[in-house]
Design a protein around this ligand. Structure first.
Ligand SMILES: [Zn+2]
Length: 140
């Protein structure tokens, strides 16, 4: 599949196949107003299949959210049609407001003035502890 290279912007590469759409929705890329391409199930020598997202003229993505969804992806910042730098995301140690607490009675879910805040509990299981009720929540 041939997709026009972008002159400036972002290429989010090595996304686990199937997670591209999740990223697209979670980062609300459709509402950005910039040209965006989502490629799904692209053949990858390293991964078998992968997803790729290209965003033209925009670089301010939420890398905490990206790391939360898929800590193995690579963010390429494109300037003058070249990769100017690569950003490697990690599973964020502290997460504020990106998902909701598992506990239906948690104050973070009930009170709109409280920002749900979580601390990484187990990186391998991708589980977080709620700052308010200490409930464990696993993400994707
Ligand atoms: Zn909670």
């Amino acid at each position: 599949m041939e997709v026009t290279a972008i002159k400036a912007g972002l290429v989010i590469d090595h996304i686990a196949a199937g997670k591209g759409l999740l990223i697209f929705n979670k980062l609300n890329l459709a509402a950005l107003g910039y040209p965006v391409v989502l490629l799904m199930n692209v053949t990858s020598r390293r991964m078998g299949k992968k997803d790729i997202i290209k965003i033209e003229n925009f670089t301010a993505v939420d890398t905490a959210m990206l790391g939360l969804i898929d800590s193995n992806l690579t963010v390429n910042v494109i300037e003058n049609s070249r990769v100017a730098r690569k950003v490697f995301v990690t599973t964020p140690p502290v997460v504020k407001g990106l998902f909701i607490c598992n506990n239906p009675r948690c104050v973070a879910n009930a009170d709109p003035n409280v920002t749900p805040t979580f601390h990484l509990h187990d990186e391998k299981n991708r589980s977080y502890v709620c700052e308010y009720c200490e409930e464990l929540t696993r993400v994707s």
